[in-house]
Design a protein around this ligand. Structure first.
Ligand SMILES: [Zn+2]
Length: 337
């Protein structure tokens, strides 16, 4: 019997939080409130256990106390009522729509890529893909959005692009965050700011107030959004943003740490020199050397707490202490003594 529930153990559990940190209405720091949703998501990179945490404004005087802010990025990962990632959906569209795969070929290809599914489900995914591309601002959607504005003071817009394969087109999707509605979706080759702006224009024409713009760090998306809504604050999606910046920053950090370690290499000979010295000065010097040793062991917790930066800051603190001592004249003494 074909099973629609996937029993395979997920690769990783991931928690997503509201990208907005402060209430857009009153500026109060938002507080974690409840789990908006939680599910296993089949992506082209494996199965993930995704949690989307909703935040609320704790200010009792806030004009919109009933607004919950979820992670737009988590919402962008998976389509409502399915357990398949948007990357899978985009790939299904690419293979069937553009490359004219039959359903059975499509089924085979998805399984080859580790996405466990049935032929019937491939068909369903393809139907969803076609529905997605037809997304536009209908009268019904206009009513939904008007309701959102009344309940939350404005729309929360997000936009992002999924490219299932390098070199192919990217599927861009525009969403409204409170309602989870999809306002527009289109495959674009270049994804230039001009193209993206055209995709957003029908939304702008509605004239509804926008209280926040969210997307990953992609420059053209940010340009398109801020050209249409220059006054609205723009927020990065945290995880995307981290993923993009983490690699080069971590490489630089590793170099920094290696460099500092090289400069501190001389401590072994110093340690030997004072090993059997019982004077007070030698005892103080030994404390400093122990501090330097401890610094060299720092690991940090990348990408947010970088080991190289940590080693640098602590080495700087030790250097400062030594310099203060030297200024006082004579041998290094501990601060405040
Ligand atoms: Zn508030």
């Amino acid at each position: 019997m074909p099973s629609t529930k996937n029993r395979i153990t997920p690769k990783k559990r991931m928690y997503f939080h509201s990208e907005l940190r402060q209430c857009p209405h009153c500026g109060t720091k938002l507080k974690r409130h409840h789990t908006a949703w939680h599910k296993y998501v089949n992506t082209l990179n494996g199965i993930f256990d995704i949690w989307n945490m909703a935040y609320a404004c704790p200010n009792l005087e806030c004009p919109y106390p009933g607004s919950y802010f979820r992670s737009a990025e988590a919402d962008a990962l998976v389509m409502k009522h399915t357990s398949y990632g948007f990357d899978v959906l985009a790939l299904v569209g690419e293979l069937r729509f553009k490359q004219h795969y039959t359903l059975s070929e499509l089924h085979e290809e998805l399984n080859r890529r580790g996405v466990v599914t049935s032929e019937r489900n491939c068909e369903r995914l393809y139907e969803r893909y076609l529905t997605l591309l037809r997304a536009s601002v209908t009268d019904h959607l206009r009513e939904v959005l008007a309701g959102v504005v009344q309940a939350h003071g404005g729309l929360l817009l997000s936009m992002d692009g999924v490219q299932p394969e390098k070199g192919n087109e990217t599927l861009y999707v525009v969403r409204e965050g409170f309602s989870g509605s999809i306002l527009a979706a289109q495959n674009l080759k270049s994804g230039s700011a001009e193209e993206l702006k055209r995709l957003l224009e029908p939304v702008e024409k509605l004239g509804f107030p926008i209280i926040g713009l969210l997307s990953d760090g992609q420059h053209s998306i940010r340009l398109a959004m801020s050209s249409l809504w220059p006054e609205v604050p723009y927020q990065y999606c945290q995880y995307h943003y981290l993923k993009d910046i983490a690699k080069p920053v971590m490489d630089l950090d590793r170099k920094l740490k290696t460099g500092i370690k090289k400069n501190l290499r001389g401590i072994r000979s110093l340690e030997k020199k004072i090993q059997s010295d019982d004077s007070e000065e030698a005892a103080i010097a030994k404390d400093y050397l122990a501090a330097v040793r401890a610094v060299l062991l720092e690991d940090g917790n990348p990408p947010l707490d970088l080991p190289g930066i940590r080693v640098y800051e602590e080495a700087l603190a030790i250097q400062g202490s030594l310099q203060r001592s030297a200024k006082k004249g004579g041998s290094p003494t501990v601060r405040n003594s």
